[in-house]
Design a protein around this ligand. Structure first.
Ligand code: S3P
Length: 221
C-alpha cells in the first residue's frame, strides 16, 4: 500500500530557514468574537428541548472554547441525577443549587455554557449572566420542543398528565423573561450548523463594531 505523504507540522521552518507563521486554529470571524469576548462567557438560555446543549457544544468547538453544561455540573456537584434531586429534595432545593453552580461556572472564565431551562427565571442569575457573559436565547416553537423532549423522560417538570399543556404554560410564563437575553436565535428543524452560524453572526454583529455603511447615491437622480 502506498505510504501517505507526511503532513507538515503547523509551525515549521522552511528550507531557507525563515519561520512560517502558525496556521490560526479559528476562522477570522470566530477569532474576532473570541477577542471581543475577553473574559466573558457565551451563555445559552431557553426552554428544555431548545437545543442549548447540542448547539452549545458545536458553538464552543467553533470558538475554540470549553463547553460546559450546567445540568451536568449540578448532577456532579450533588452526586445525584436531576430527577433524583427533585424527588429527594424538591424543586426549591434544586433551584438554589442550580443558582450556585451557575454562579461558580460564570466565575470560571471563558466558555460556552448551556443553562437549564428554568435558571434564567432567577433574577440574581440573570444579573450575574449580564455581568459575566453574552447571552443567547434559543427560541423554539412548542411543537419543536415537544418533538425533542418526548425522546427523554428525565425532565421532572414534564412528568405530568399533559406534558404539551405544561410546555405551553412554561413557555408563556418564561418567554417574557427569556427576552432579556442579549441575543435571540430561532431554534428550528434545520441543520445544527446553520443555527451555530446564526449564533456566530449575531455575536459578531453585537460585539464588533459594524463597518460604516457606504451610501450609494443613484446617478439617475
Ligand atoms: C428545567 C430544565 C432542565 C433541568 C430541569 C429543569 C426547567 O434542563 O434543568 O429538568 O425548569 O426548564 P434543560 O433545559 O437542559 O432540559
Amino acid at each position: 500500500m502506498a505510504k501517505k505523504a507526511a503532513m507538515p507540522p503547523k509551525c515549521l521552518k522552511t528550507e531557507m530557514s525563515e519561520t512560517v507563521t502558525p496556521v490560526p486554529t479559528t476562522a477570522p470571524q470566530e477569532a474576532e468574537i473570541l477577542a471581543a469576548l475577553g473574559t466573558r462567557l457565551v451563555v445559552l438560555v431557553g426552554m428544555m428541548g431548545a437545543g442549548k446543549s447540542t448547539i452549545g457544544r458545536r458553538l464552543a468547538a467553533r470558538l475554540n472554547l470549553p463547553f460546559v453544561d450546567a445540568d451536568t455540573e449540578i448532577e456532579a456537584a450533588a452526586g445525584m441525577t436531576i430527577p433524583e434531586i427533585f424527588e429527594v429534595h424538591g424543586e426549591p432545593h434544586f433551584r438554589d443549587g442550580e443558582a450556585r453552580v451557575i454562579a461558580r461556572l460564570l466565575d470560571a472564565g471563558p466558555a460556552v455554557l448551556a443553562t437549564g431551562g428554568g435558571s434564567f427565571m432567577r433574577e440574581e442569575t440573570r444579573r450575574r449572566i449580564g455581568e459575566k457573559a453574552v447571552s443567547i436565547w434559543l427560541k423554539a416553537d412548542p411543537d419543536v420542543i415537544m418533538r425533542r423532549v418526548r425522546r427523554r423522560a428525565d425532565r421532572p417538570l414534564l412528568q405530568t398528565v399533559d406534558p404539551a399543556a405544561t410546555v405551553s404554560r412554561l413557555i408563556s410564563e418564561r418567554e417574557p423573561t427569556y427576552q432579556h437575553a442579549d441575543l435571540t436565535i430561532s431554534s428550528r428543524e434545520v441543520p445544527h450548523d446553520k443555527i451555530v452560524d446564526e449564533c456566530l453572526d449575531a455575536l459578531h454583529a453585537k460585539l464588533i463594531n459594524p463597518a460604516p455603511s457606504i451610501e450609494i447615491v443613484s446617478a439617475a437622480r
